[in-house]
Design a protein around this ligand. Sequence first.
Ligand code: CUA
Length: 305
Amino acid sequence: MLDPAGSEAHRLAGVWWLLLILATAVALVVLGLMVVALFRRGDAPDAEVAQGSPERDNRFIVVGGLVMPVIVLAVVAVATITSTAALRQPRAEEVAVEVRGEQWFWRIHYTGTDVESANVIRLPVDRPVALTLRSEDVNHSFWVPSLAGKVDLIPGQTNQLRFTPTKVGRFRGQCAEFCGLQHANMAFEVEVMDARAFDRWLAGRKQPPDTPASAEAREGRRVFASSSCAGCHTVTGVSDGDDGPDLTDFASRRALGAGVTTNTPAHLAQWVRDAPSIKPGANMPPIPLTDQQVRALVAYLESLQ
Ligand code: CUA
C-alpha cells in the first residue's frame, strides 16, 4: 500500500504518511518532556518539587492535554473525511467489471459483454474502473493493496469499488476476510495494461478460441467436451458449464486454484486427476481419465490463451 499504483491507493498512502508524521511528532514531544522531567527532578530542591506551581501546571494540562490533541485530531479528521469523500466517486466512461467471490476463487465478468474469466482481472491504465462486488456463499473481501482499499463482498448486498489504475503492471490481490478452509488460497492478480492493448484483448476474448494447432490438443478438446469438465466449466464455443471457473483464457493464468500453485502442465495434470489433493475442500471432484486422456486435456487447456 506504500507503493501505490491506483488513484485510491495514492489517497490512502497520503493519509498514512500524514498519520505517521503526526504520530512521530507527538511521540518525540512526549518523550522529550519525559527527559526534561527526569533532569528537572534531579536538579530541584525537594521542597520546590513537592510544592510545584499550580498555575503553570494547569496551563500545561490545558495546552498539552486539551488544545494540542484537539488540533492534531482535527487535522486527521479533516484529512480522512475529505479522502473518504473523494474515494469511490463515479466517473464518466468507467470500465465496468463484475467480481463474484466464491469458495474459493474469483469469478470475473466484463459488464456488457459475454467475456468471463477467473482469478485474473485485466484493466486498462489511466481509465476509471468500477468494480461491482458480490458473493453468494459467505463474506469475502477484495483487496489489492497497490490499487485500492479493501471492500467486502457480502451475500445479498452489492458493493462498489472505484479507482483509476495509474501504472502498468501485475498487482497481487488477496481475499481479506476469513471465508473457510481455503481462505488463504483465494488470491488473484490484477493485470493493468496499456489501454489499447486492453481494447484489443477484450475484442479478441469475444471470439471463441482458435482450433488447437496440435492433434493432441484437439483430442484434449474432445475429452473436455465429452467428460464431466464441460458440465461445470465454460470454454467459449465449446461448453457452457457455470459451476466452476471459466477456462476460455486458462493458459494466460500464472496460477492454478486461485494461487494455490503455479500453472504448469505437471501441476495441471495432478489438479485434473485430484484437485482436492492440492487444495483440500475444493469443489472439483477427482476426474476418472486415462493417463493419455489427461495428457491430451492438459495440452488442450495449456493452449487456451
Ligand atoms: Cu474468500 Cu477469504
